[in-house]
Design a protein around this ligand. Structure first.
Ligand SMILES: *Cc1c(COP(=O)(O)O)cnc(C)c1O
Length: 234
């Protein structure tokens, strides 16, 4: 009987608990928030981590996010970390906690418009392009400068706040390359750290995933987005 139960429990285990505790320890040492990236993983896996006290979860796909949000406790803080299309903002606007991937003024305006419909203020991060690869989304430094300096236009957006920057390093195991990309993002973050308007105040620096979060934390990240180390590979 004992053995049988043991097996049953093993089958129900979705979370790599050892990894979770270790990552939490690393994150806490740097006062960083851990976003558990649950894309493609079942609701039960999220619930398991939720019951351990975790509240910040990240998803990449709108349809998947709205289904999970409806099925899970209301006090989960949902982070949208994927590429967001303007015509889909409306589906997540009622509940999303933080949108990490804003890469145009057009998208920002749409977030503001949808947030207004729900009488909410939605916090967002601007996604910066820091990797070598051409395929990754995001703004370059010139586009960031331009956006930050659209003071009047930004002022009009009363239902959204730019609270930080997000970036993804190259898909590489060259630590020096990763480190220099994270340094570049941290420098952009620093460039506007003192810049404060009612809806632009950079506080959150979202960088670091399963394979590179330790380097990211060393380089100043205060929000890491971890999937496979917690939930297993996809
Ligand atoms: C999937 C994803 C993650 C998590 O990736 P892992 O390598 O599984 O930790 C983090 N950030 C973004 C933007 C992602 O799409």
């Amino acid at each position: 009987m004992q053995l049988h139960l043991h097996h049953l429990n093993a089958n129900l285990m979705h979370i790599h608990k050892e990894n979770y505790f270790q990552i939490v320890k690393h994150a806490e040492a740097k006062k960083a928030i851990l976003v558990a990236v649950s894309k493609t993983k079942p609701v039960e896996a999220i619930r398991e981590l939720y019951e351990m006290g975790h509240r910040d979860f990240g998803e990449n796909y709108v349809q998947e996010l709205i289904e999970k949000q409806a099925a899970l406790p209301a006090d989960i803080r949902w982070h949208f970390i994927g590429h967001l299309q303007s015509n889909k903002v409306k589906y997540i606007a009622p509940f999303v906690h933080l949108i990490h991937g804003i890469d145009s003024f057009k998208l920002l305006k749409e977030v503001n418009r949808q947030a207004g419909k729900h009488n909410r203020i939605i916090d967002v991060l601007l996604q910066m392009h820091i990797a070598e690869e051409e395929t990754k989304f995001g703004l370059d430094e010139g586009e960031l400068d331009e956006l930050v300096n659209m003071k009047h236009e930004l002022h009009e957006l009363r239902n959204t706040r730019i609270v930080g920057l997000m970036g993804m390093a190259s898909y590489s195991d060259d630590e020096n390359l990763l480190r220099s990309e994270f340094k570049n993002l941290k420098a952009l973050f620093g460039k506007y750290a003192e810049h404060r308007t009612p809806n632009l105040r950079l506080q959150t620096l979202s960088m670091g995933m399963s394979s590179d979060y330790k380097v990211a934390l060393e380089e100043g990240s205060n929000m890491i987005r971890i999937g496979s180390l917690l939930f297993g590979s996809r």
